[in-house]
Design a protein around this ligand. Sequence first.
Ligand SMILES: [Zn+2]
Length: 155
Amino acid sequence: MSFDNFLVNMILLNSDDPNLEALTEEWSLYRYVDAQDECEKGTMWSELNYTCLCGHHPLRHLYYFVNNINGNEILLGSECFKIFNDAYAFKDISKFLEGKVIRLGLFGLNLLFLEGFLNEKDYNFYKSMNYRRKFSERQQDKMDIIEGRIRVKYM
Ligand SMILES: [Zn+2]
């Protein structure tokens, strides 16, 4: 069993639906914390005892996921976050390009941000729009521009 499979299995254990296909719908990234920001003065992130789902510790970058169905929470470090995200980002991007969804999903968005294709400002803006149903004209224009750039990238 590869490490990627091990991680996915660990995540599935916390999932509601044991079907792999359901993973992206079930899990949402809801919080990112830099462990150094949680430290008292004079202590280092490496002295805190945050542990990734895979068992790796200490962690500097903390990615918290919540299961939308059963409420389970998991914590991933940056290595596992990247593996988990990359595995599902492609699916998000394909669904978006094929017009099966209106908005690009969070995994796809994360990948474009990690790749440096989206800057932090655009990333945060688009992410905040993902949870809304109504937009102002200005917000809609801005989203159209970002989505247009994404479509061109994969043309
Ligand atoms: Zn890990």
